[in-house]
Ligand binder design. Structure first.
Ligand SMILES: C[S@@+](CC[C@H](N)C(=O)[O-])C[C@H]1O[C@@H](n2cnc3c(N)ncnc32)[C@H](O)[C@@H]1O
Length: 206
C-alpha cells in the first residue's frame, strides 16, 4: 500500500481525533504568528485535514497547502467552506515531487510529516529554495529516535499489516543538523516536556 492510500484510508478517523495536547498546539500557533503578517505568502506540506492552515489563514495573505492524500484534502476543503476562508488553496501532491516555485514564500510549514518522508533532506532543500531570502521554516516533527527506537521493531510488521505508513527514525539533534545542512539557521527550538514532536523555527539567510 502506498502512502496516499494509507492516508486516504485514515482520513475520516484522523479528522475526528482530538489534537493530542491543545495547549502545546495553541502555543505553537501563537509562536508561528510572530512570523506572519497580512502580506505573508505561506506554503504548507503534508497539511492533512487543513486544521493548521485554516487556523493561520486570517493572519496571512495566502496559504498554499499540499498533501498526498485526496481524502484528507476533501475534508480540508469541506472545513474551508464551513469556515468561510478564501485565502487557502489546497493542492494534491507528494512533498518531494511538487514543482515548487523558487523564492516565492515568506514562511513554509511541515507539521508531523518530515518523519514520513523518505528523503527529508531533499524536502528541506526544496522548502529552502521555495522561500524568499529571510523566509522561515516552521516544523513540528516526531523525533522518534529520541526515546522510541524500540518502535523500529514493530514498524515493519505494522506497515506490512497496513496499520502504519512508512516511518523514519531520527533524533532531535539529527533533525536540527539536517535543517542546518539545508542552509537554515535555527531561531527557535522547543521540545515540550514528554513530547515526541520537536518544534523548530529556522530562517533562510537574507
Ligand atoms: C500525521 S498527518 C499530519 C497532518 C497535519 N500536518 C497535522 O499536523 O495534523 C501526516 C500527513 O502528511 C501527509 N503525507 C504523508 N506523506 C506525505 C508525502 N510524502 N507528501 C505529502 N504529504 C504526505 C499525509 O497524507 C497526512 O495528511
Amino acid at each position: 500500500m502506498n502512502s496516499a492510500s494509507f492516508w486516504d484510508r485514515s482520513a475520516a478517523k484522523y479528522a475526528k481525533a482530538p489534537i493530542p495536547n491543545e495547549q502545546v498546539y495553541e502555543q505553537k500557533l501563537v509562536k508561528t504568528r510572530e512570523y506572519l503578517n497580512p502580506h505573508s505568502k505561506v506554503l504548507e506540506l503534508g497539511c492533512g485535514t487543513g486544521t493548521t492552515a485554516l487556523n493561520h489563514a486570517p493572519y496571512a495573505n495566502h496559504i498554499d497547502a499540499w498533501d498526498i492524500s485526496p481524502k484528507m484534502l476533501e475534508i480540508a476543503r469541506r472545513k474551508q467552506v464551513q469556515q468561510h476562508i478564501s485565502n487557502v488553496s489546497f493542492h494534491c501532491g507528494e512533498a518531494n515531487s511538487i514543482a515548487l516555485p523558487e523564492q516565492e514564500y515568506d514562511l513554509a510549514m511541515a507539521h508531523s510529516v518530515l518523519h514520513l518522508i523518505e528523503d527529508k533532506e531533499a524536502n528541506l532543500r526544496a522548502m529552502y529554495a521555495s522561500l524568499k531570502p529571510g523566509g522561515v521554516l516552521v516544523s513540528s516533527t516526531a523525533c522518534l529516535g529520541n526515546k522510541m527506537n524500540w518502535l523500529k521493531l514493530i514498524a515493519k510488521p505494522m506497515k506490512w499489516l497496513g496499520f502504519w505508513p512508512s516511518v523514519y527514525f531520527f533524533t532531535s539533534t539529527q533533525l536540527e543538523a539536517a535543517i542546518t545542512r539545508a542552509g537554515f539557521t535555527i531561531e527557535y527550538s522547543w521540545l515540550p516536556p514528554k513530547a515526541i514532536a520537536h518544534f523548530f523555527i529556522a530562517r533562510k539567510p537574507h
